[in-house]
Design a protein around this ligand. Structure first.
Ligand code: FAD
Ligand code: UDP
Length: 381
C-alpha cells in the first residue's frame, strides 16, 4: 500500500515526504511519536497569543540559494537578521566577539591596539575560532584570546555541554568564531529569515498532499519492525523503502550502549510590555544556570502588546525523561556512532537522515541538504 515509510516528521522526514509524493507520486506513510509535525522546529501560539518555538529558538539561515528557493515554495519570509548580545563584565556586548565588542570592553588605547593587531596579523573580515586564536604567539592576541575564552566561552560551554571547549570537537565552539569585522550579525549567510506565518504553517504546506499519510502519537516500534532479515508494517512484510530520522542507537536497541546527548529545559515568561530585550537573544555566559534568553517577537516579527521570553537550562539527556536535543560531538562518541553506522549500512532499503539518525550537529539548512541528497540517491536507484 505504501511505497515508503518515513519515521519522524521533522525537517528530514518532511522534506523526503514532500519530494517523494510531489515529484514521484509515491504513497508515503509518516510515523511520528509526537502529537505534531515539524520536529524540533515546531512553533505554536502560547496562551497569550504570542508565537513561540516549543523546542528552542530557530532562526533559518543558509548560503544555499537552492535550499532557500526550496523552502520558498511553502512559505513567504519574515526577513530577519539575528543579533545576539552577551553579558560580559556587566555590559551587554555583541556576539560573535568582533571589533565592535573590543571597543566596548576595553579602554580606547588597548582596544585600538588589539583591533590593529588582529587586522594586521590575521586580516580583515576573517573568522577565527577561539581555540585557534588561543594558539597565536603574539602577546596582545594571547591576552585577547584568554579574555574571550574566559568571559564568553568557558562557562557557557560548561553549562551547555557539561564539558569544556577542549573536550568537544573544535567545530562546536567554532560555530561562533571571533569575527575580525564590524559586522554584529550572528550569521553572515546571504539568506536569513523566519517563515512569515511560522514554521508549523510551512510544514503543513509541505505535507498537504493526498499521498502523504500522517500517523502521529505513534512510536514506530509499535506498528512496524526493521531488521536485516526484512521489515514489517502492521505485522505484514514491508518491501518498500524506509527513511529513518530517529536516534540511530534506538534503531539497534542500544546494542553498543546509549549515544550521549544534551538536553534542555525551557522556562517561559510573558510580560505586559511590547518588548523586554533590545535584541532577540541575550547570552549569559558567566551568570545564572541558563545559557541564553530569547525574545521570540524579535525573531518572528509578530506585533503584539505582550511579549514572551524563553530561558534555556541545559541538562543531561535521560532516555524516557527528556528530549535528546544535541548530539555531543566529541571523539569517543563519534567512534561509538561509527559502530552503529556500520550496522545501519547492513540494512537494505533503510536510509538514515537527520540530526538524530546521523548523530550530526545539523542546522536546518544542512538537514534539508542531507534530505535532498538522500532523495536524489533514492530516485537514481
Ligand atoms: P528532528 O527535528 O529531531 O525530528 C526527528 C523526529 O523524529 C522528531 O519529531 C521525533 O519525535 C521523531 N522520532 C524520533 N524517534 C521516533 C520514534 N521512535 N518513532 C516515531 N518518531 C520518532 N537550526 C538552525 O538552522 N537554526 C537555529 O536557530 C536552530 N536552533 C536550534 C535550537 C535548538 C534548541 C535545537 C535543539 C536545535 C536548533 N536547530 C537550529 C537545529 C534544528 O532543530 C535541526 O537541524 C532540525 O530540526 C533537525 O531536523 P531532523 O528532522 O533531523 O530532527
Ligand atoms: N558559545 C559560547 N558562548 C556564546 C555562544 C556560543 O561558549 O556566547 C559556544 C558554546 O559551546 C555553544 C557553541 O559555541 O554550544 C555553539 O553556539 P551556537 O549559538 O551555535 O549554539 P546553538 O544555537 O546550536 O545552541
Amino acid at each position: 500500500m505504501f511505497d515508503t515509510i518515513i519515521i519522524g516528521a521533522g525537517y528530514a522526514g518532511l522534506v523526503l515526504a514532500e519530494r517523494l509524493t510531489s515529484q514521484r507520486n509515491q504513497k508515503v506513510l509518516v510515523i511520528e511519536e509526537r502529537q505534531h509535525i515539524g520536529g524540533n522546529a515546531y512553533d505554536h501560539f502560547d496562551e497569550h497569543g504570542v508565537l513561540i518555538h516549543k523546542y528552542g529558538p530557530h532562526i533559518f539561515h543558509t548560503r544555499s540559494k537552492e535550499i532557500w528557493d526550496y523552502l520558498s515554495q511553502f512559505t513567504e519570509w519574515h526577513y530577519y537578521e539575528h543579533r545576539v548580545l552577551a553579558k560580559v563584565d556587566g555590559n551587554e556586548v555583541p556576539i560573535p566577539f568582533n571589533l565592535n565588542t573590543i571597543a566596548e570592553v576595553f579602554s580606547q588605547d588597548l582596544a585600538e591596539r588589539l583591533q590593529r593587531k588582529l587586522v594586521d596579523l590575521l586580516g580583515y573580515n576573517v573568522k577565527v575560532p577561539i581555540l585557534k586564536l588561543r594558539e597565536q604567539n603574539d602577546e596582545d592576541l594571547k591576552f585577547l584570546a584568554d579574555y574571550v575564552y574566559e568571559k564568553v566561552f568557558l562557562q557557557y560551554t560548561l553549562k551547555q555541554w557539561g564539558i569544556g571547549p577542549e573536550e568537544l570537537d573544535p567545530t562546536v565552539t567554532g560555530r561562533v568564531p571571533v569575527y575580525i569585522s564590524r559586522d554584529d550579525r550572528y550569521f553572515q549567510d546571504p539568506y536569513q529569515g523566519l517563515p512569515k506565518y511560522g514554521y508549523t504553517e510551512m510544514f503543513k504546506k509541505m505535507v498537504d498532499h493526498p499521498n502523504i499519510h500522517l500517523m502521529l502519537n505513534t512510536k514506530y516500534q509499535d506498528v512496524m519492525t526493521i531488521s536485516k532479515d526484512g521489515h514489517t508494517l502492521f505485522g505484514q512484510p514491508f518491501e518498500g523503502q524506509i527513511i529513518y530520522t530517529g536516534k540511530i542507537d534506538e534503531l539497534f536497541d542500544f546494542k553498543y550502549g546509549e549515544l550521549p546527548y544534551r538536553s534542555l529545559r525551557f522556562e517561559y515568561d510573558t510580560y505586559d510590555v511590547e518588548y523586554k530585550q533590545t535584541v532577540g537573544q541575550l547570552n549569559s555566559p558567566n551568570s545564572y544556570d541558563f545559557t541564553r534568553t530569547t525574545e521570540f517577537k524579535h525573531l518572528t516579527g509578530q506585533q503584539h502588546p505582550k511579549t514572551t521570553l524563553a530561558r534555556e537550562y541545559p541538562q543531561a539527556y535521560v532516555r524516557g525523561e527528556n528530549t535528546p536535543y544535541y548530539p555531543i560531538i566529541a571523539k569517543e562518541n563519534q567512534q561509538q556512532y561509527k559502530r552503529y553506522k556500520q550496522l545501519a549500512d547492513e540494512l537494505t532499503d533503510v536510509h538514515l537522515v537527520g540530526r538524530l539518525a546521523e548523530y550530526k550537529y545539523y542546522d536546518m539548512d544542512a538537514v534539508i541538504a542531507a534530505a535532498l541528497k538522500t532523495y536524489k540517491k533514492l530516485i537514481e536507484n
